[in-house]
Design a protein around this ligand. Structure first.
Ligand SMILES: Cc1cc2nc3c(=O)[nH]c(=O)nc-3n(C[C@H](O)[C@H](O)[C@H](O)COP(=O)(O)OP(=O)(O)OC[C@H]3O[C@@H](n4cnc5c(N)ncnc54)[C@H](O)[C@@H]3O)c2cc1C
Length: 396
């Protein structure tokens, strides 16, 4: 069976779906609400063998995919090593993955500035309506429009993301901007700082233009920090007093919010990671939400990636999960008709997404519900430090 697929959302999940369906003989159109090509979101992405195999299966080149790390290392407050474990892994970036996948899609099949509002089932097809008044018709509609998905809101209005009680601060520093001592200590491994009730992760990623040469790479910093709902309200409010729903565009984060975060970092974080924050580009935060959908299809409409389910990023599985959704969707499309193909897709992927979701929640609870102060000045590391190091960013 081949047909025409409409894909809402042109981020990694949408592009993976487009590539996987095209590889199975489908024509596709991707509709992204952003007016401009999506670009670096300052985010590192951990890869897994399953993701690399999926990229190869859809025809993406995995040469120079990212930086190879060989071990996981936990540091203490002073920046000394307190735990180590060998764990080879390729760490890459959102930008790199997006470039690889975008290159597989012809420009004519990629539409920017198209904000999908709703869909309607028609005889032998599905039609989607956009905010600019246009519509498009296809045999299949894929909602790859992220955790605030409009497509999911129509399909499963009862599924609402729930705030997990903490945010993740992220920042990227140029390798050469780090002080030499800090670079020497933390740059090469997949690094952790794991006192109670917080988690810091850092690892090297390619520099601008996917530059993997020593001296031209960047360091990716990730800090999970508890924020009560009332404080989150304030953090999501911009200088004009507008309270953003669920997340705030990074340039609109108020200076006071950044200053408070830096103050907090200086008192709580391991010294090398404070150095990264001080010397890196402007940090930004994302609140962590949970949601999973009990079904990933209805009629001719499928949900994929974060639109279907968010696994907290401790598991480092979001992109891999989206890739496996995309491959499964395309494989199921060999069934006799779209609706039964999508039923098979949903049956297969709902439990897989749920497993990743549950693992993310488990890790989050392990990190934040450790029942103690988040300081480790006296050497009190998280009691489950080894489990957290072993299970973070590992495919399941
Ligand atoms: C701190 C952090 C670290 C992470 N680390 C990892 C990692 O190491 N490994 C990993 O695999 N995953 C990781 N993830 C998760 C990963 O980034 C996401 O799971 C993944 O990017 C989701 O991709 P997506 O395409 O499903 O959704 P999104 O990237 O959210 O994309 C949705 C797209 O849809 C567009 N859109 C939204 N609404 C509409 C609409 N109505 N009409 C048209 N377009 C629309 C948006 O503009 C956006 O481009 C991490 C996430 C975070 C927050």
């Amino acid at each position: 069976m081949g047909g025409h697929a409409l894909i809402v959302g042109g981020s990694i999940g949408g592009l993976l779906a487009a590539a996987a369906l095209r590889a199975r003989g489908w024509s596709v159109e991707v509709f992204e609400r952003s007016d401009v090509e999506l670009a670096g979101r300052g985010a590192g992405i951990v890869t897994h063998p399953e993701l690399i195999a999926a990229l190869q299966a859809v025809g993406a080149s995995v040469d120079d995919l990212g930086v190879q790390v060989s071990e996981r290392v936990a540091f203490d407050l002073a920046g000394d090593r307190v735990a180590e474990m060998p764990y080879p892994q390729i760490v890459t970036s959102w930008t790199r993955l997006h470039q690889l996948l975008r290159a597989l899609l012809p420009d004519g099949a990629h539409h920017l500035g198209r904000h999908a509002l709703s869909y309607v089932s028609e005889a032998d097809g599905v039609r989607v309506s956009f905010a600019d008044g246009t519509t498009a018709r296809g045999d299949l509609l894929v909602g790859a429009d992220g955790f605030r998905s409009s497509i999911r809101a129509q399909m499963l209005p009862e599924v609402q993301p729930a705030y997990a009680g903490y945010v993740v601060w992220r920042a990227v520093a140029q390798e050469t901007d780090l002080s030499p001592g800090v670079h020497q200590r933390i740059f090469a491994p997949f690094g952790f700082f794991l006192p109670r009730d917080t988690q810091i992760i850092g690892y090297p990623i390619a520099g601008p233009g996917n530059d993997l040469r020593p001296g031209h790479r960047q360091y990716n910093f990730v800090w999970y920090s508890a924020v009560p709902p009332a404080a989150l309200d304030d953090m999501l409010t911009d200088t004009a007093g507008h309270r953003h729903a669920m997340s705030i565009p990074p340039p609109l984060i108020r200076a006071e919010v950044l200053e408070a975060m830096m103050e907090d970092a200086r008192t709580r974080l391991s010294a090398p990671f404070v150095d990264v924050l001080t010397r890196g580009e402007r940090p930004f935060f994302t609140p962590i939400y949970d949601h999973h959908s009990p079904a990933m299809s209805e009629g001719r409409v499928a949900l994929l990636g974060d639109a279907a389910c968010v696994a907290r990023p401790h598991v480092g599985m979001g992109v891999t999960k989206a890739a496996l959704d995309a491959l499964t969707l395309a494989r199921c499309m060999s069934a006799a008709d779209v609706e039964s193909a999508l039923k098979s897709y949903s049956t297969e992927r709902v439990p897989a997404a749920r497993t990743a979701h549950d693992r993310g929640q488990h890790l989050g609870r392990l990190i934040f519900d450790s029942g103690g102060s988040d300081l480790n000045r006296d050497g009190r590391h998280h009691p489950d430090m080894e489990e957290i190091m072993r299970d973070t960013a590992v495919a399941i």
